[in-house]
Design a protein around this ligand. Structure first.
Ligand SMILES: [Zn+2]
Length: 50
């Protein structure tokens, strides 16, 4: 049976805490630890904590 309903993924934006630019999209199954992304707008390195 291929008609199993998957729980809908809720997608959200992760915003830069400094300049509030959208950085990355994640869904509600995401778990991040020790992940760093450099913001393209303010050039600061941000630790993604989801
Ligand atoms: Zn920024």
């Amino acid at each position: 049976m291929e008609k199993l309903k998957k729980p809908p993924l809720e997608r959200k934006w992760y915003y830069c805490p400094y300049c509030h630019t959208k950085i990355v999209v994640y869904d509600n199954t995401a778990k991040a630890k020790g992940l760093y992304i450099k913001c393209r707008t303010c050039k600061k390195e941000i630790e993604i904590r989801i």
